[in-house]
Structures are given as C-alpha cells and as structure tokens.
Design a protein around this ligand. Sequence first.
Ligand SMILES: C[S@@+](CC[C@H](N)C(=O)[O-])C[C@H]1O[C@@H](n2cnc3c(N)ncnc32)[C@H](O)[C@@H]1O
Length: 290
Amino acid sequence: MVAVAPRADAQERAAPLRPFMKWVGGKRRVVPHLLGHVARPLGRYFEPFVGGGAFFWALADEPAQRQREDKWAVITDVNHRLVRTYKGIRDDVEGIAERLAILRDGHCKEQYYDVRATDVDAHRKDADVAAWMIYLNRTGFNGLYRVNKKGGFNVPIGNYTNPLILDGPTLRACSKALATVDIEHGHYQDVFFKAEKGDTVYFDPPYVPISSTASFTSYTRDGFGPDDQIALRDLAWELKRRGVQVILSNHDVPEVRELYADFDIKQILVGRAINSKASKRGRVAEVIIT
Ligand SMILES: C[S@@+](CC[C@H](N)C(=O)[O-])C[C@H]1O[C@@H](n2cnc3c(N)ncnc32)[C@H](O)[C@@H]1O
C-alpha cells in the first residue's frame, strides 16, 4: 500500500509554476531578461522548442495568465516522450504522483537501471511515460536526456543522496495551468501556419556551439545544423512581417550575429548550472534577438 499525499487545493494554488524537470539548455537564468521583451497584454504565446519550458512557466505564473480561460499558449517539441510527459501531467497528474511515489519508495541503483531499460514507448498511457521521464530526470546524471540511435535512454545514475522524485505541489500546480495550453508534438516550423498578428513566439533552439572544432557549415547538434539555423532565421523574418512578436535566444557567437544582422540583438551574461564538466559552469555570453 503506497501513501499518496491528498490533493491539497490551497497548497496547489500557492505553488509557483516552474519547470517540473531539469532540461539542458533550460532558460531559468535568462527568464528575467526575456520578460522585459514581451508585449503586454500577452496575446497568444507559442514556444516551439519548449524543453523544460522555463520561460513558458514564468509567463504562466503571472496573474494575468493564471486567470485566463482561453487557450492562451501552444507549446511544441520534437521529443515525443517529453510531449507525452506534458500531456500526462495535464490529464492524469494523480496517476503520475502514484507511480512516482512507488518509484521514490523503491529507489536504488538496480531500480534505476531497470526503469531505464523499459521500452517506454510501448506504454499506452501518457502517465507511464511521464513517470518514467520524471524519475530518470530526477535521479539520472545531471538531469540529462540522452538517447542512443535506437532511442534507448543511456544516461547513468546520478550521485544524489536524497533526490526529490515526487514534487507533488509543483506537479499539481503545473497540471492545472496546462488545462489552458495546447501541447503539440511537432517541428518548430509548424508555428508558421499558426501564429497570427499580435501573437508572441519565443524560439529557444539548440544553440550554435560556442567553439566548434567543425566549421559553422558542418556542425550538427541535436540534429539541428546550420541549415536549420538559417531556416529558423527566415521563419523569424516571415513571422515578423506578419506582425507576430518574435523573440529568440542563442549563443553570442559571430555566426549568430551575422545571421541576425537585421534584428535587434542584446547581449546577456548567463551563469550555467548544468554542465558535466565543473570547469564549464562559468558565465556564458548569450544574445536575445528581437
Ligand atoms: C535549448 S532546448 C529548449 C530549452 C527550454 N527553453 C527550457 O527552458 O528548458 C531545445 C529544445 O528543442 C527541441 N528541438 C530540437 N529540434 C527541434 C525541432 N526541429 N522542432 C522542435 N523542437 C526541437 C529539443 O527537443 C529541446 O527540447
């Protein structure tokens, strides 16, 4: 018999909205800079590379958005397990809490590797996928999401003494907030057919590497290469011409400055929390492009 905390509405309302998972490239430290670039009142909001959604959650946490009953946001990612996780949290947060409570109580190295080896895509319920993702994210090395060519998750266990596997208040607050959000599995280019005048789009793509041994014309990261960076820039122009407010972030490197020469570019210095090498956790120059 597993003890699950009762649903606590007061606690749920009080819990701030924030990412329920760590995500490499997460924008928590950039959020204060980004907030100043968003037009108010916010129309519809699109985040096509949502990942952990740090900026999306900051906007969702504002009283104006918390009170909205329309579908005010569309979040999209190509990672189908991540998208199923968002859907699971929206549609069956209590089911996920139950699964995570079991995983929390049984947490050990052997369990981690058993869960990791599960064929999660064979599960029909989004709640199964969500519990799998969150458990591995909270207990795996540095919260990394990394898969082999066959899609098998291959991150080793992390070195945590007491990982927070079930954060009920955050999950329940996120679940409630997702009721007014469209969650889509897809390619970032899909936003071209959806965003209209007055909407806001924030693009946070896989970044151009800071220093790459390969040249800009040949590197690829996360399957997102130079051609994608150019196509993204062109899409940003098209949306801008349509009257959509476009905000992008990327590393402050010459390739990015050249690509976005006709946009407004602002440099910010950001502390990096997630890097497997402690020596690389310093401050990094990024740009906010509008
Ligand atoms: C830099 S991360 C976004 C981080 C996010 N802003 C956060 O705060 O956690 C980039 C995300 O884009 C997704 N992605 C990569 N290529 C994509 C594509 N072609 N279309 C949509 N999403 C893509 C990845 O799965 C990843 O979640």
